[in-house]
Design a protein around this ligand. Sequence first.
Ligand code: FAD
Ligand code: FES
Ligand code: FES
Length: 473
Amino acid sequence: MNLSNVPPDRTLLDLLREDLRLTATKEGCAAGDCGACTVVLAETVDGTLRYRAVNSCIKPAHAIDGMALWTVADLAQSNGALHPVQQAMVECHGSQCGFCTPGFVMSLFALYQRSVAQGHKVDTHAAQQAVSGNLCRCTGYRPIVQAACQMQRQPAHAVDEAPIVSALQALAATTRTNPDYLLPTNLAALLQARAHHPQAQLIAGATDAGLWLTQGLRRMPQIIDLSRVAELRRVEHYPHHIAIGAAVNLQDAFEALARDRPVIAPFGERFAGWPVRQSGTMGGNVANGSPIGDSMPLLIALGAQVVLMAWRKRRGLGHIVHRHVPLDRFYTGYRQSLLAADEVLCWIVVPRPKPGEWLGAYKVSKRMEDDISAVCLAMQLHMDEGRITAARIGAGGVAATPARAVQTEAALVGQEWNEDSLQHAQAAIEQEFSPLSDLRASAHYRRQLLGQLLQRAWLESTGHSGVRLEDLA
Ligand SMILES: Cc1cc2nc3c(=O)[nH]c(=O)nc-3n(C[C@H](O)[C@H](O)[C@H](O)COP(=O)(O)OP(=O)(O)OC[C@H]3O[C@@H](n4cnc5c(N)ncnc54)[C@H](O)[C@@H]3O)c2cc1C
Ligand code: FES
Ligand code: FES
């Protein structure tokens, strides 16, 4: 359908429910938290469809231009037979009041299609991940997870992809421009748009910016959406570093980081829930600069840099200019950074591990899934014969910006990694930061956590087993 008369800041959920009267998709929180509004999008990647469950309440309607969309009303077959996901939900008693059910069904539909494509059997872990962005206040999660594990036992009903792929490819060949919602497809066009429209709201996945619309009631008369910029949609692998493009979603970014450092996988799973991780970007997390953002402590500990790019004129001609900034020097104050008004954060460059690296990354929040950190701590150590030769520590939730614990690092380097140096480092890190009290945690608790997380790092890095919560699970 043609969206030319839809305002740039209209959400997909409002378009569905209010403009099109397609009310099967529900609104719960309008903040990306509850998952009631979940719909499934698909894009063509190498001639096949790639499915994502997303929160329609915080997604601008124009952001899905050129994609296929399924709501819960699209799943039942033409003869009225339920989709395997729906049938499994019925048989496992996965619904009571039903308000959350359309969202759960759509999250499981995305999982169903992905597991068909990859030939995977859905297990409990995959099911829990798939519904990690869906809240249910009455059924309880066990029957829903059980339905997820049983949906593949129903008669198969996969999407007939060929006609959808051809329709999307035909659509991609047409030119659609909307001056109020700019969707550049290459880097030069993005940077020119940023230079020519400094007042426009730049977005990537809109998992922060979408809330400014629905919770802050902000208007965005013009939006630049960088999610289609081809150059920024990939992770590039080099011998000494990887470069994560600003349009790579969080799920793919954490998976790329975890390939070199498997300990990052469970840490990545603690970031929001599935739909937010499949829309939001690591670039957006870093650029937004929240002091409780989760990727920055990890990236600071890994020694990451950001690459900032702009379109500037020199002797009358436009050029792309760029600069590299170490992430630990990027932030200048609460939600303030070195990013200039015409710059876009285009890449996050992460050094690959050197031999002997040890890494720990921890998030403490009130819930395991879909919750914001009280404190986040990441620690990279290099040791030689039990002595620390290098240490980098990133911390979140303890200062006005994501921060590097330089004094604590200095207290560790050159020391043997034993109980004495641990206690010394604990004292240093509790001194180094002055956290605030807020609804997530008191200042006292946050300061104590810093010391406790260092202790956990010491236990894990010195081989004490049985301290990892993920292993106990
Ligand atoms: C339910 C829910 C749970 C969440 N849980 C977590 C969590 O566990 N941990 C956490 O850290 N965050 C969490 N978030 C916050 C959010 O998902 C992240 O900050 C996410 O990484 C933002 O990325 P985005 O692409 O959606 O950014 P957007 O919302 O598109 O943009 C956010 C801001 O960054 C700017 N921006 C985006 N990309 C760029 C760029 N490349 N260059 C310059 N500026 C840019 C935009 O202009 C905007 O000001 C959660 C959000 C929701 C709704
Ligand atoms: S309505 Fe709650 S996540 Fe969208
Ligand atoms: S069935 Fe009522 S909220 Fe989930």
